[in-house]
Design a protein around this ligand. Structure first.
Ligand SMILES: [Zn+2]
Length: 85
């Protein structure tokens, strides 16, 4: 079981590679992390990927992981992230 976790980013404007599209992006004040139910972090998601929705992110993470280990992303919090266009 994978989860989307939102954390407050104390170091804004830090550059980070996106887990799902591998592009370098500048993090906003809220960062979204994909993690499992043990709290292990897999990586962070850039705003454009985030806009594609949970189903898309879930599919992408499944592609990145072993096909036999299908994961489901469960939204644990409301995604209220200020995304600048
Ligand atoms: Zn991305």
């Amino acid at each position: 079981m994978m989860q989307l976790q939102i954390e407050c980013n104390r170091i804004p404007a830090q550059k980070q590679f996106c887990l799902t599209c591998s592009s370098l992006f500048e993090m906003t004040e809220a960062k979204v992390i994909i993690c499992n139910n043990q709290g292990k972090s897999y990586g962070e998601i850039c705003p454009p990927c985030l806009r594609k929705g949970h189903q898309w992110i879930s599919d992408r993470v499944n592609q990145l992981n072993q096909p036999q280990r299908k994961v489901t992303i469960r939204q644990t919090q409301n995604l209220e992230i200020p995304i600048s266009a």
